[in-house]
Design a protein around this ligand. Structure first.
Ligand code: G6P
Length: 611
């Protein structure tokens, strides 16, 4: 994870770096630092957030038109001032910021120690800085060659920016495994882990590919591979609006993103769901459709919330397209020696498109010859570039670390895919297809209706913000929603919460239920409604507190539950998209009441680019 940012041009670099770091803080926020080149190199770095860094540089020299900055999620070495980036090489020749992990750092470090180098920090990045310096001094070569040669000795992942005191007018950027984007301005260049720090200056960007090295001055950019083959930079136009990455009057990005869901789902539909033509178009998977039609199995891989979306996908593909589907944590899949057939379709789901475990699982699936499809939110990220085909969720930038609108967009895409496949595989009749298409098209309006109850949800949250544990129960399509509801609460409020299939309650969790245990039951009207009503009675018989998410007008559960949160009536197939919204709000309000940092919960990061 970690966010990196850089600037070279005629402006003062400091404001660009600080603003950029604030935008990238979702990637890691345990320490932050900058290096400014102005004659010499001034490095400022502190444990804490970007605002702590700003505080620490008051009255310091922050001038310079070249600079690099870093916001850290610690991998090697605890978060403290010394381990914070940038790292300078022993003799002060090179300064490096790095996102990723140098896996062979310990071996490299021993060799450098043997050659007389000493280390101030515990980081793998300082090893890299010294390795570059060592190669530079011994070889008497240019900074660029030293960086490239050093990178050939490195095992692991990196997005990095390097400056050299002997070649003050340039920044060297390199990427392998961790993302890096370069913004192209007039006589200036911007560097960042994603496009959000760049968009307010330019919408022309170059996405670096693995093994690319860019040598950049304010007036020139030369791109090559680590092994010195010249490359032609491909400048792309960004379709991103600055308003999308600001809070827009909301207290937190997470709240903004929850409230954006009617719009974001409409954006996911755009150009795809043609209700008038009674059709669905998913251009990104068109070319692999024959393989999808003939597939015998789908394997869905993802992590965190994306894995939960995958679980909904399993119900959808089996129900609507009659396609056997397995859902795997990407991290387990890659190490489990999975049996993958050439005919398999592997769907990788990822908001960021950068999750290291998901990328590694994709590689494995490709090696086995399977067709790999990506469902990603961040346009131009690594996963869409690694997959055979894909569908962007187009939910817009998601900045709150806890995923909300990306989840509903992922589930929307999966629903569209399952409907399309059901039809193409001739297992879903026209009538049902159209009915479900229609149901799906109504989701944005129904979400808007749910959001109108946010004050009621806030009231309920006040009653349980001190609870030490929560249980979430759901059946069928709503079981993954129970998992997602529990994850949201854990992530941002630090309350222990577990999601369970409601029927499993009697095999263990029921032992936990007493008058102090809030049980959130997702119990909208579907074919297992009667069964979940029985589960609610079982909780009440043990004096548990029931907060039920029900279909609007449900008087039966209202009579049993302590509190009900209503969602509009809908078909079970689209019910995850609706029922998850009150759970997102419940977690949000509880976290705010507990005074937690909602957008940047402790220990978490949004883009997990380490294994
Ligand atoms: C992190 C984030 C989660 C996210 C997960 C997978 O843990 O905090 O919100 O669900 O990574 O990320 P991805 O970008 O692959 O969806």
């Amino acid at each position: 994870m970690c966010g990196i940012v850089g600037y070279i041009g005629n402006k003062e670099a400091y404001p660009v770096l600080i603003k950029g770091l604030q935008r990238l803080e979702y990637r890691g926020y345990d320490s932050a630092g900058i290096a400014l080149i102005n004659g010499g190199t001034n490095i400022y770095k502190v444990k804490g957030k970007v605002k702590d860094l700003e505080e620490s540089v008051k009255n310091k020299d922050i001038s310079g038109t070249i600079g690099i900055g870093h916001t850290r999620w610690a991998t090697h070495g605890e978060p403290n001032d010394v381990n914070a980036h940038p790292h300078m090489s022993e003799n002060g020749i090179f300064t490096v910021i790095h996102n990723g992990i140098i896996e062979n750092y310990s071996r490299l470090k021993s060799k450098l120690i043997d050659r007389g180098y000493s280390f101030k920090s515990e980081t793998d990045t300082e090893v890299l800085a010294n390795l570059i310096e060592h190669i530079y001094k011994v070889g008497n070569i240019s900074a660029e060659i030293a960086v490239r040669l050093a990178l050939t000795k490195v095992v692991g992942a990196y997005g990095l920016l390097v400056t050299c005191v002997d070649e003050k007018d340039q920044i060297i950027a390199a990427r392998k495994g961790s993302p890096l984007v370069i913004g192209v301005g007039q006589g200036e260049y911007f560097f960042a882990s994603d496009a959000t720090p760049i968009i307010e200056y330019t919408n022309s960007v170059i996405y670096l590919n693995d093994n690319d090295v860019a040598i950049v001055t304010k007036d020139s950019l030369s791109l090559k591979t680590i092994s010195n083959e010249k490359l032609l930079p491909k400048v792309q136009k960004l379709d991103l609006d600055i308003g999308e990455i600001e809070k827009g009057g909301y207290d937190h990005f997470m709240l903004k993103e929850i409230f954006e869901q009617s719009k974001s789902i409409n954006d996911t539909f755009r150009g795809r769901l043609a209700i008038d033509n009674k059709d669905l178009i998913l251009g990104g998977i068109h070319q692999v459709m024959p393989k999808l039609i003939d597939a015998k199995r789908i394997i869905i891989i993802g992590c965190g919330t994306s894995w939960h979306a995958g679980l909904v996908g399993e119900y959808l593909f089996e129900d609507l397209a009659k396609l056997p589907t397995e859902v795997e944590y990407a991290s387990e899949f890659r190490y489990r020696k999975p049996v993958i057939y050439k005919e398999d379709i592997v769907i990788a789901i990822s908001q960021s498109g950068e999750t290291a475990d998901t990328l590694a699982a994709i590689k494995l699936a490709k090696e086995a010859g399977a067709t790999v499809i990506g469902i990603c939110n961040v346009v131009g990220s690594s996963i869409p570039r690694e997959t055979d085909a894909g569908v962007y969720t187009h939910a817009g930038p998601e900045i709150g670390v806890a995923s909300t609108k990306a989840f509903t967009a992922q589930v929307t895409v999966l629903t569209m895919m399952a409907l399309l496949l059901g039809r193409k595989r001739n297992v879903l009749g026209d009538e049902k297809f159209l009915k479900l298409l229609n149901e799906l098209s109504q989701v944005p309006d129904k979400i808007a209706e749910i959001l109108e109850q946010s004050d009621d949800i806030k009231q309920v949250s006040k009653l349980y913000s001190d609870a030490p544990n929560f249980l979430y129960l759901g059946r069928g399509y709503l079981f993954p929603v129970a998992l997602e509801g529990a994850l949201k609460l854990k992530e941002i409020s630090y309350i222990h919460a577990e999601g369970y299939p409601a029927a499993e309650m009697k095999h263990g969790p029921i032992a936990l239920i007493d008058e102090k245990m809030p049980v959130v039951v997702i119990a909208t009207k579907d074919k297992s409604y009667e069964k979940i009503v029985s589960n609610i009675q079982e909780v009440k018989a043990r004096k548990g507190v029931v907060i039920a998410v029900v279909t609007k007008g449900d008087s039966v559960i209202r009579g049993m539950a302590d509190y009900v949160l209503e969602v509009p009536d809908s078909h079970a197939v689209v019910s995850p998209l609706l029922t998850v919204v009150p759970l997102q709000l419940l977690s949000y309000y509880i976290a705010v009441l507990r005074d937690c940092n909602v957008d940047q919960p402790r220990n978490l990061a949004k883009s997990v680019t380490v294994e």
